[in-house]
Every structure is written in C-alpha cells, then in structure tokens.
Write a new protein. Structure first.
Length: 256
C-alpha cells in the first residue's frame, strides 16, 4: 500500500514530515518515513535508482545497519526492490494500492456501526495547489484549492477523529466553515459529485502534537492514520483526505 502526503501542520515547507512528528520514532523508522515520502511525492519515480547504502549512511549520519533496516522495511512494503549487482530501485508502488469500489462518508460509516456522527470544529483554508498537490488533485499548479480541517465526534460528543480534506475549489463551493459541519460527501452530492473509487492507506502511529491537541489525547496514545485519495464517478474531481482516529475509539472493518 502507499501513502499520500500534503503540507499539513505536521509537515514542513518541503512536504516532508517535521521533526515533531518523528522524534517518537526509532531512527530507522524516521529514515524509512523520509525515504517513503520522497517516493510518494514523486521525487523518486518508479524505476529510479536510489542512493547506495553508504551514501545514505553519510547523508543521515547513521550506521549501515540502520540504513539497511529502513530499506528492508520499504522493500517489504513494496516501495523498493533490490537488483543484484545493480542497486536498489523504486517500484511501481501504486499498483499495490487498495482500491475501494464503493465509498462511504464518515457519517454513513458511523451510522453503519450504530453511532451518530457529528462535527464539533471546522477550519477552512483557501490556498493554491503547489506542484505536488496539483499532481495529486489533477489540477494546474496555482489552481485554488480548499483545505477543510474538522474534528469529528460520535454519540454524546466523544471525539474520535481529526480529518483534513483537500479538494479543488470552484465558485459553487462555499467558503463559510459553517456549511461543512454535516457530511462532506453529501455536500458534494449537491453538485453532482459522487465518489466511487479511492486509493487508501492505513497505519498505526503516535500522533504529532497538533493532532493530539485536536483529538484531546496524550501524545503517547496511539492513533490510526488513514490517507485516501478519492475519485468521482466521471474521474473529473479528486479529493485528498488524511484522517487521524483515536485508537481506542475507532475500529476499521475489512470484508473479504
């Protein structure tokens, strides 16, 4: 599976994870994460030969064992492949992503679990697509986009998630945060936008400080991070979503 990224609070201006989101990880995991983002952000494209182990050792000032462990993790995850006598290369990792044929909004997902979903805080940011986000959302660089940051809760206000939706802006869309307290997918449905497929990635992690604050939990409490890029039925509209769920409150079900 793969992971998509964006310049959110835990990322710096180079689209890489900030120090605050990595200090709780072992060194090899920090390096693994940074190398993975180079792949996912397109710095290293499929077929690209990455630096040698020794070059990476010099760059990160760590032992060869640490670098080898980071590369092994990326190889096991399907991002890299070693070729004897040649080096290590980036795979066509997108072929391994899970594609969902039918999508549910958070509201509908919670309803299916017998819970009542709600939104208790909304922040809306108008900005422009940079080179990376223009590629993810399939819009020209500089195109106006919206970052919608929401704290989600269930039942009697129990905070369960912090989501950040990024999508192309059109004049039909409201820029009033108050218009986004209900289901986002239902809102888009008013404009004839319906999602039928997505690429999805999940991982367990410790929350960055900003996320822990939004979720009202300690930084030592695990969260489930969901990263998803969704496509409308006609493939003309793409939405990028990253959501952090409180581990003790959220369950993810997979049907085979």
């Amino acid at each position: 599976m793969g992971l998509w990224g964006i310049r959110f609070p835990e990322f710096d201006d180079n689209h890489m994870p900030s120090q605050s989101s990595r200090t709780s990880l072992p060194k090899y995991r920090q390096i693994e994460e940074e190398l993975r983002y180079k792949i996912l952000f397109g710095h290293w494209k499929p077929g690209h030969q990455i630096l040698t182990e020794m070059e990476l050792c010099e760059q990160y000032k760590v032992s060869r064992i640490t670098i080898r462990k980071a590369i092994n993790e990326l190889e096991n995850a399907g991002y890299l492949v070693r070729q004897s006598g040649k080096g290590t290369f980036v795979t066509d990792w997108q072929e391994n992503l899970e594609e969902r044929p039918v999508l549910k909004s958070f509201t509908n997902e919670m309803h299916a679990l017998g819970k009542q979903a709600s939104t208790i805080d909304v922040e809306l940011i108008e900005t422009q697509a940079d080179r990376i986000m223009s590629g993810i959302l399939s819009v020209p660089e500089g195109h106006p986009i919206i970052q919608l940051k929401r704290v989600r809760a269930v039942d009697e206000g129990v905070v369960i998630g912090y989501s950040i939706n990024t999508f192309p802006f059109t004049r039909e869309f409201s820029t009033n945060p108050n218009d986004y307290y209900e289901s986002f997918y239902e809102y888009l449905g008013k404009f004839g936008i319906f999602f039928t497929s997505a690429l999805d990635y999940l991982e367990a992690m410790l929350p960055p400080p900003e996320v822990a604050q939004k979720l009202r939990i300690a930084e030592s409490e695990p969260v489930l991070k969901s990263v998803k890029i969704s496509h409308s039925t006609d493939r003309l509209f793409t939405e990028y979503n990253i959501c952090y769920y409180v581990g003790r409150e959220y369950r993810y079900y997979v049907k085979y």
